[in-house]
Design a protein around this ligand. Structure first.
Ligand SMILES: [Zn+2]
Length: 426
């Protein structure tokens, strides 16, 4: 057995040895869902556990109270496993971020022995608020990944996919200000802010017929009046605008905004709007990393599929990390194809036996990939080179082959068809 294989076996044994503790962590986070930037318990449990395992822990990382950095070892390379642990309002862990967190911790603990022997550093970076705030984007801006050589995380889904496709995404908050009046006696005195919002929805529905296929525009009304006998003087909504590339997202944002401006003109209600401070960038899959991960995942007996360009997509703030650091964010199956992320069924899967298995296999495949990187400087160099090339498979299936990737591995990861549901992230 080669030295690398020996290390890989050690790493697998480590994760098995921590099986019960990792599942316990995952279930605790699952049972105590906390939404973005309120993940006090989750970040507390994760950092406490990592501290007990010998990691140096920094809280309030990047000036975000529920973010953290835990590190073990010295010098380079610095391999970071990213932990998400925020839940969705009302639905709890319907995106399975409890599994992301436990898998990151499991992989990091398992890699300690490799770091002891080979040098380098392993980090767990706790990244809060993925669903609502895109906090990784903020952390990138604040230099949170400046020392990181490779960033990896695994996300639960309905298929094992090494190179998921995501959409660029921006949020928009709008408010209409009208004028209250008696809705029956003096409607002519009123300016109806709710009607303005309904017009805007209608405008957007018309626009929707003429936008590029993978684009998405969707929103909710968060204020729409107080009583049926008062003309609503105020309305508010939150929208997400998504597109398959950054350029088209820019174009689409303008068109969407025009829908609100037109509604304001038609109704007489004054419009105020605010685009979200951060946008979710496209995920740039590092294909060298993805190939390593796929091989390692398959060595565990899980078949890895290429992404299906015909299915739905979400967005992730890991996209922002992937713009500055070689990144990997594969999906590990924990539920059948027909189950949608962000549903009660997916939340149940995130605490099920298949969820636990996904956690353990995800942690193992991440850790095995880290062994490849820590024991082979040439592969690490190729991974870094991959960052310089445009190797993002786009939803249209267009993508440029990354330098250093053999066509067969690239094509295998990028193309082909399967019937999996790839939708993910926010
Ligand atoms: Zn998610």
């Amino acid at each position: 057995m080669g030295k690398r294989e020996e290390l890989k076996n050690q790493v697998l044994e480590e994760i098995e040895a921590h099986r019960a503790e990792l599942i316990d962590l995952s279930l605790k986070i699952h049972a105590n869902p906390e939404i973005g930037l309120q993940e006090v318990k989750a970040s507390g449990w994760l950092t406490e556990y990592l501290r007990r395992k010998g990691f140096a822990v920094e809280r309030d990382f990047c000036q975000l109270p529920t973010a953290f950095k835990a590190s073990y070892g010295e010098g380079k390379p610095a391999i970071a496993f990213l932990a998400e642990y925020d839940a969705l309002p009302k639905l709890g862990h319907a995106c399975g971020h409890n599994i992301i967190a436990a898998a990151a911790v499991g992989a990091a603990i398992a890699i300690k022995s490799v770091v002891n022997q080979r040098g380098g550093r392993v980090l767990v970076i706790g990244t809060p608020g993925e669903e609502l705030y895109g906090c990784k984007a903020t952390m990138v801006e604040r230099g949170g990944f400046a020392e990181v050589d490779v960033a990896m995380m695994v996300h639960p889904g309905t298929e094992n996919v090494a190179t998921p496709i995501t959409l660029a995404c921006s949020s928009l908050e709008v408010e209409f200000f009208g004028k209250a009046a008696h809705a029956a006696a003096y409607p002519d005195e009123g300016i109806n802010a709710l009607e303005a919002l309904i017009l805007a929805f209608s405008n957007i529905n018309s626009l929707r017929q003429h936008i590029r296929e993978k684009s998405r525009i969707h929103g909710i009304i968060t204020a729409g009046g107080e009583a049926a006998n008062i003309v609503p003087a105020y309305s508010r909504a939150i929208f997400l605008v998504r597109a398959g590339d950054e350029e088209y997202l820019k174009e689409l944002k303008e068109k969407v905004l025009n829908c609100f401006i037109a509604a304001s003109l038609a109704s007489g209600a004054r419009l105020e709007y605010k685009w979200g401070e951060v946008s979710y960038a496209l995920l740039r899959n590092n294909l060298v990393l993805a190939q390593l991960f796929a091989q390692n995942m398959e060595s565990l007996g899980r078949k890895v599929y290429p992404p299906d360009p015909l299915r739905g997509f979400g967005s992730t703030d890991m996209g922002n990390v992937s713009q500055v650091v070689p990144s990997l964010q594969p999906m590990v199956a924990i539920a059948p194809h027909q189950v949608s992320e962000h549903s009660p069924e997916f939340a149940a899967a995130a605490a099920s036996e298949t969820g636990h298995q996904g956690l353990l296999d995800g942690a193992k495949a991440l850790a095995l990939t880290a062994v490849d990187l820590l024991t082979n400087p040439e592969i690490l160099a190729r991974v870094k080179e991959g960052l310089l090339s445009n190797n993002t498979p786009s939803p249209g299936g267009r993508g440029v082959r990354g330098r250093g990737n053999s066509p067969s591995s690239f094509d295998r990861l990028r193309t082909g068809s399967n019937l999996s549901r790839q939708g993910r992230g926010i």
